[in-house]
Write a protein that binds this ligand. Structure first.
Ligand code: ADP
Length: 622
């Protein structure tokens, strides 16, 4: 029988497994049991609609067998089984392979990242140097054996197996000084691992346990015997009373069910009766999955009805803004045979989705109120998603998410909510100030003018931030205002009148500078915000410099231009110089205008259009 080779990524993962870079090898048992349970789910689900499956719910089970002499550990199920082709396709290549992220994860050899994909069947090679998989698919007459001792490939050939299902036999590696693989031949060890990782599996996991008893007819003579024992409690963890479940049980469940190496940040367990009867168990991961902010990420909760999974990932249960939630919903109210299309229309499902959304929101709001540190951790992982949630769908969800938003405060250099900003606003402050993009990272003349008034500024450094501010428009009666806009709203009416008069005095100078800049600016005017600086650039209208940058960076979008306004500081010595040049040397003034404009843009974090010319002009000045 010719050996077949594993596909490329499978082989690489296999190598990692064989060389046991995992410290947590015991999880292989969880992976095998979870595969067995999935296979039974599939056949049980089929049995509900297909009368040719002659099996009852109570017929299904997973059996574990230990053979000390042969050093084998066997996991056996009577699930759907695999055909010859399926053995080849499913075990010759990793289910998740092919995707760029997965390959990159395996390349990185970082087990935390690989773990996010679930290591599955191959994890058995951490403890075994030879594995056989005997499987008979539902409806097939012939069983087949897949066999491999790891690196140099595998074979598939016909074999005998009674009935439908799969039997996986691990030939354990020899013990070394460091690693006692024979631990896995100890029924108490195995029983402990099953309890730890697979207690909630809804089919019995049965094993012969060795026990001792006093021999009949004697007083103190012990004899050992074996007793077939169900190792798991089978009650799904989400059906258990919350008080009976310890945090560590939830955490273990989360890690094994949702392939995460970290404990969840938060657990949300909900059981309701009323308009919708369901149990939900949801988790907030402690960090964003590797592909969370890419289009490959699929949101959704697993959907069960009466303990039977009918959909692995039901997207309709979660709004996009909470797409980071992992978990499941179990509702008796849904029909087992419901199709995907019908599910979307299902009223019950909509009611549940609405209730979950409220519950998640409440959980986050409570976390923000009661455990700030935890909330900030949440925010650094998923805050961006909340912000997208505010901005998307034309702000349809903004009210839901408003109180969850956080930005960095310029005053305190810490994260604050909008409410905290609002509460700290001095009486005379009219607007909620924000600095977007580069301006949110550094201090600019505009930010100094606002800060000089004793007003705080929200530092909006993420790309989506300014869109969020625009979508919100106002918070608690106060409008958002960009510090890069042309009107900071800091002047009193009297001051404004004076500004206007001064402006009139210099109209010709401003007109000349504007013309010199050849369309780069829509206006040149006197500034009301500058103290130490001679010049700055602000924008008029809806498009800011930051939005111009972002929108123009989007592929295929039409080019937009922010309406720039060059503001000059009449109190600055440079202004005197400009006035003088206007009278004496207009050519020089033209060059000055260029320099001033480029400098003002530099302060906003934008490179001069022609850096060489800019540098040359400055050198000439020197
Ligand atoms: P995953 O379970 O994450 O898909 P695995 O590598 O663990 O990846 O398994 C690959 C595939 O092999 C599974 O998706 C399933 O189709 C099949 N498989 C594994 N174990 C069994 C089993 N006991 N019965 C039927 N099919 C199985």
């Amino acid at each position: 029988m010719a050996k077949k080779q594993f596909k490329a990524e499978s082989k690489r993962l296999l190598d990692l497994m064989i060389n046991s870079i995992y410290t947590n090898r015991e999880i292989f048992i969880r992976e095998l049991i979870s595969n067995a349970s999935d296979a039974i789910d599939k056949l049980y689900y089929k049995s509900l609609t297909d009368s040719s499956v002659d099996m009852k719910r109570s017929d299904f089970k997973i059996e574990i067998e230990i053979d000390r002499d042969k050093r084998t550990l066997t996991v056996k199920d009577n699930g759907i089984g695999m055909t010859k082709e399926e053995l080849d396709n499913n075990l010759g290549v990793i289910a998740k392979s092919g995707s760029r992220e997965f390959n990159a994860a395996v390349d990185s050899k970082d087990i935390d990242i690989i773990g996010q994909f679930g290591v599955g069947f191959y994890s058995a090679f951490m403890v075994a140097d030879r594995i056989t998989v005997d499987s008979r698919a539902f409806g097939a007459d012939q069983a087949n054996r897949w066999e491999s001792n790891g690196a140099d490939g595998y074979t598939v050939e016909p074999c005998e197996r009674d009935g439908v299902g799969t039997t996986i036999t691990l030939y354990l590696k020899p013990d070394t000084d460091d690693d006692k693989y024979s631990d896995y031949l100890d029924c108490y060890r195995i029983s402990g691992l099953v309890k730890k990782y697979s207690d909630y599996i809804r089919y019995p996991i049965v094993m012969d346990m060795e026990r001792g008893r006093i021999k009949e007819g004697t007083e103190d003579e012990y004899e050992s015997y074996t007793e077939s024992t169900t190792l798991n409690s089978m009650v799904p963890i989400w059906k258990k009373n919350k008080k009976e479940v310890e945090d560590k049980d939830y955490n273990e469940f989360y890690k094994s069910r949702f392939f995460d190496y970290d404990e969840p940040l938060d657990v949300i367990s909900q059981r309701t009766e009323g308009t919708a009867t369901y149990s939900a168990l949801m988790f907030i991961p402690s960090r964003a999955p590797y592909n969370f902010y890419s289009k490959d990420y699929e949101k959704g909760l697993a959907l069960y009805t009466g303990g039977v999974m009918i959909m692995e990932r039901c997207a309709d249960l979660l709004p996009d803004c909470f797409s980071f939630i992992k978990g499941l919903v179990d509702s008796e109210d849904l029909s087992l045979n419901i199709s995907r299309e019908m599910l979307q229309q299902d009223r019950q499902l909509k009611v549940i989705a609405g209730a979950l959304e409220k519950r998640i929101k409440k959980e986050l709001a409570d976390m923000l109120a009661n455990d700030r540190e935890k909330y900030e951790k949440f925010w650094s992982a998923f805050g961006l998603q909340i912000k997208y949630g505010v901005y998307s769908e034309f702000g349809a969800n903004k009210d839901l998410l408003l109180d969850l938003l956080m930005f960095r405060s310029a005053a305190g250099d810490k994260m604050i909510t909008l409410k905290e900003y609002r509460d700290a606003m001095p009486e005379d402050q009219k607007y909620i100030y924000y600095a977007a993009g580069e301006a949110g990272r550094v201090s600019t003349p505009s930010s100094e003018a606002v800060r000089a008034k004793g007003y705080d500024i929200l530092m909006m450094t993420d790309d989506v931030d300014e869109f969020v501010a625009r979508t919100l428009n106002e918070y608690d009666g106060k409008q958002f205002r960009s510090i890069s806009g042309d009107d900071l709203g800091l002047r009193t009416d009297d001051e404004k009148k004076k500004d206007e008069e001064l402006r009139k005095d210099h109209e010709e100078l401003f007109g000349f500078i504007k013309d010199s800049l050849e369309g780069k600016v829509t206006d040149v005017t006197l500034s009301d915000r500058l103290t130490d600086f001679p010049v700055c650039v602000t924008t008029k209208g809806t498009i800011s410099l930051e939005m111009e940058r972002l929108l123009n960076a989007m592929p295929g979008s039409e080019k937009v231009t922010a309406e720039r306004v060059l503001e000059l500081n009449a109190e600055h010595p440079v202004f005197e110089k400009l006035k003088k040049l206007y009278d004496d040397d207009k050519d020089k003034l033209k060059e000055y205008a260029e320099i001033l404009y480029d400098e003002a843009m530099l302060v906003e974090g934008i490179q001069p259009e022609n850096p060489t010319r800019f540098a040359k002009l400055v050198f000439e000045l020197m």
